[in-house]
Design a protein around this ligand. Structure first.
Ligand code: GDP
Ligand code: IMO
Ligand code: MG
Length: 432
């Protein structure tokens, strides 16, 4: 049995959590492979809402083992808070059910302080990060200065590494940013306590996954962020510091490409983005409000992790073609089709206009992208409330046509469409 990968096809928050929850029902292992607690994944089960930041969304089912892979940057304080909150709701987060790769990198208070200081210094030019220390933790990883989760099993080495780390970062905080420094003894004591609790969860993630895959069992890789936040393939520098794309799933878990079966690209039926950076289809005013919502529903477009209002726009098929190529998407999974109900017409961006020329590919440079304006095709809308649709035949013809148009334009079949946040509020698509 195979490795299936769930990828965000846009700028994150596409609804990966809900599809992970759906497919986790049939998986033996669910594994996060990149990012950290910058992610916020929502799973809605009846009237219960779970917001997961570090723990794979598969945890809600008691079935699969959940793994935090080596590609993740892990803040142990956040992880323990999340574990305690889930345990209080009856979810099993014991070492038998939740595993951490030895080689996942640790986020420390110094990383968070540096993230904040750097954003403050950038001022108007800030990335708009989640300020969770993600960039500085990955910077240390690449600089070969990072601290890895394996240190939880070696308390003395952990203490020594933390002392050195905090001393070094304090110099940068003080001399470069003129920011407050951290108390290395306090941080060390804090991390010693985390290590005691988390050491029993440590495993060699690659070996664990290999055992499962050789045994014919199924592994689901849960992406965080999205293709356009990828450090290589996104809107650099307005990206995150990891590879949330399919290639990142392999290095972030220690699995080879031959194991991969499905690569499912999750996309909203429109587009959203939090943080700074270009967004060709962004809408303002009334139209934006119509897609974003006012904040009165839990699914309205306000960040799961930061609460920031998300920027929104019509669906961008140039972006989806880019995502399909970068990730070898075998299929798309749509979310939030219900939000488009009631519109007379639904514009979709089919190409960009760039200095008088039509562009079918997402440009590689930010400068070109900033000079792009969307070319829209307008499809007829549908008026019916579709939140009760559970099968393809339940969708109005224009909603079916919208989905078929996407599949054809992206040259990628659409497998699922969701019509509300609830676990049952989705249907299998019979188009292609
Ligand atoms: P993720 O980070 O990709 O897992 O996505 P988030 O959880 O950050 O954001 C997706 C939001 O959309 C959450 O509030 C979900 O509950 C909500 N959502 C997902 N699918 C649907 C859907 O089909 N309809 C509606 N109305 N909301 C949805
Ligand atoms: P999920 O997994 C949406 C964005 C931030 C910022 C940029 C860099 O829920 O889809 P970082 O803190 O990573 O250095 O911030 O990336 N960002 C996300 N946007 N969803 C996410 O995660 C995100 N994770 C990071 O807003 O623009
Ligand atoms: Mg999210």
């Amino acid at each position: 049995m195979p490795l299936n990968i769930i990828i965000g096809a846009q700028w994150g928050d596409e609804g990966k959590g809900r599809y992970t929850d759906l497919l986790a029902a049939e998986a033996d292992v669910v594994a996060r492979f990149s990012g950290g607690d910058n992610a916020g994944h929502t799973v809605t089960v009846k009237d219960e809402i779970f917001k997961l930041h570090l723990i794979p969304s598969g945890i809600i089912h008691d079935r699969a083992i959940c793994l935090i892979g080596n590609g993740v940057v892990l803040n142990p304080a956040v992880l323990l808070r999340e574990m305690d909150a889930l345990a209080a709701r009856g979810v099993d987060v014991s070492p038998a059910h939740l595993k951490i790769s030895y080689n996942a990198h640790l986020i420390t208070p110094a990383h968070i302080a540096l993230d904040k200081a750097s954003e403050t210094q950038l001022g108007q030019g800030a990335i708009g990060t989640t300020q969770r220390g993600i960039g500085p933790a990955y910077t240390d990883k690449v600089a070969r200065e990072g601290l890895r989760a394996g240190l939880f099993a070696a308390p003395e080495e952990l203490a020594e590494a933390l002392h050195q780390h905090i001393r070094a970062k304090n110099e940068v905080l003080q001399k470069i940013y003129n920011a407050p420094t951290l108390d290395e003894t306090a941080v060390s004591a804090e991390y010693a306590a985390y290590a005691q609790r988390l050491a029993p969860h440590l495993v060699d993630g690659s070996v664990l996954l290999d055992d499962y895959l050789r045994d014919g069992r199924s592994v689901l890789a849960e992406g965080a962020q999205g293709t356009f936040l990828d450090i290589d393939h996104g809107t650099y520098p307005f990206v995150t510091s990891s590879s949330p794309t399919a290639g990142g799933a392999l290095t972030g878990l220690g699995v080879g490409p031959k194991m991969v079966d499905r690569v499912i690209g999750v996309t909203k039926a429109f587009t959203s983005r939090v943080g700074s950076g270009p967004f060709p289809c962004q809408l303002g005013g009334e139209q934006a409000m119509r897609l974003r919502g006012t904040g009165s529903n839990p699914w309205d477009e306000y960040g799961t992790t930061t609460g920031r209002p998300r920027r929104v726009g019509w669906l961008d098929l140039v972006m989806l073609r880019h995502a399909a190529r970068i990730n070898s998407l075998t299929e798309l999974a749509l979310t939030k089709m219900d939000i488009l109900s009631g519109l007379a017409e639904v514009p979709v961006c089919v190409a960009y206009e760039h200095r008088g020329q039509r562009l079918d590919h997402f440009p590689t440079s930010l400068e070109s992208l900033s000079a792009c304006t969307p070319i829209y095709e307008t499809l007829p809308g549908w008026q019916e409330d579709i939140s009760g649709a559970r099968a393809w035949a339940d969708l109005p013809q224009n909603a079916q046509a919208y989905i078929e148009f996407i599949a054809e334009a992206v040259r990628t079949p659409v497998s699922y469409a969701s019509v509300g946040p609830g676990r049952a509020q989705f249907l299998q698509v019979a188009a292609g």
